[in-house]
Each structure stands twice: as structure tokens, then as C-alpha cells.
Design a protein around this ligand. Structure first.
Ligand code: AMP
Ligand code: ZN
Length: 139
């Protein structure tokens, strides 16, 4: 078994819990956030488990930012939002709720506030069309 047995994102990586995937390679996974703060909200993680920016290796940090850069561009192309926010939290005091390092890629629209962080879960059928559009823009 790879990763941390109790980590929800490691469980996604092992296929033990479902996710709506956008892109997977040897080192990273991009998938839809199940409690989107804005339509099209997605996440990118390194496959190696590290809780946060203080634990992640320099190599995995570089791998993660490369994947985030690529995903942000695809979100921008696919959804044409007014802006794209990249967010990354370290420690519960900073707002982190899943302790496997990740970047949020969040489409932003002029004068539209974000939905509360990690609150309302949405159905796979809502997330899938966004994943398809973003996937197409990655090609
Ligand atoms: P953070 O608070 O930065 O640790 O963000 C964790 C994010 O993971 C939140 O936006 C949650 O909505 C999201 N999340 C939690 N569980 C899942 C899951 N099973 N699949 C997809 N996203 C998830
Ligand atoms: Zn993990």
C-alpha cells in the first residue's frame, strides 16, 4: 500500500474512494473538489504523501507547482473565468482540512463571493462536465 493509510487523498490515489479525475501522471493527480467553492474548483496533489509545505520535499514542491501551473492554464482556457485563484493552506489554523498537500485552483468571477470552504458536497454528475472541459483544455 502506498501513502498514508488514513489520508483521504491517499485513499483517492489508491482508488479506495471515488473522485472525478481530470489528469493523472506518474507524480501528480488533478481532480474536482467535491465541495466546490466556485463551479470548476479543482485540486492538484503530488502522489507522494506529505502533510503540508513544511513536509514536502523540494522536488515534490516543484512537481506540484508545475502541475498547478498547467491546471490553472487549462481552467482558464476551458472556463474563461474573470480570474483564477490558487490557494494552499498549511495547518488547521490556516484553514487546512485535508493533511495531504494540495493546491486549490478556483475560477473566480467579478463580484461573486466564494461559497464557504469545505461545506456543501455536490454530486459527481455536477462535477463531471467541468472535468471534461478542463481535460480537453489540457490536451
Ligand atoms: P484544505 O482545507 O485546503 O485542506 O482543502 C481540502 C479540500 O478538499 C476542501 O476544499 C474539500 O472540499 C476537499 N475535499 C475533501 N474531501 C474530498 C474528496 N473526497 N474529494 C474531493 N475533494 C475533497
Ligand atoms: Zn496522503
Amino acid at each position: 500500500m502506498t501513502g498514508d493509510p488514513n489520508c483521504i487523498f491517499c485513499k483517492i490515489l489508491r482508488g479506495e474512494i471515488p473522485s472525478v479525475k481530470i489528469h493523472e501522471d506518474e507524480e501528480t493527480l488533478a481532480f474536482m473538489d467535491v465541495m466546490p467553492q466556485s463551479p470548476g474548483h479543482c485540486l492538484v496533489i503530488p502522489k507522494n504523501h506529505a502533510a503540508n509545505i513544511f513536509e514536502v520535499s523540494t522536488d515534490d514542491a516543484a512537481i506540484l507547482i508545475r502541475a498547478t501551473h498547467r491546471l490553472a492554464q487549462a481552467v482558464n482556457t476551458a472556463l474563461k473565468p474573470d480570474g483564477v485563484g490558487l490557494y494552499q493552506f498549511n495547518g488547521s489554523a490556516a484553514g487546512q482540512t485535508v493533511f495531504h498537500i494540495h493546491f486549490h485552483v478556483i475560477p473566480r468571477y467579478k463580484d461573486v463571493e466564494l461559497v464557504m470552504h469545505a461545506r456543501d458536497m455536490v454530486d459527481k454528475s455536477v462535477l463531471q462536465p467541468f472535468a471534461e472541459k478542463i481535460k480537453a483544455a489540457l490536451r
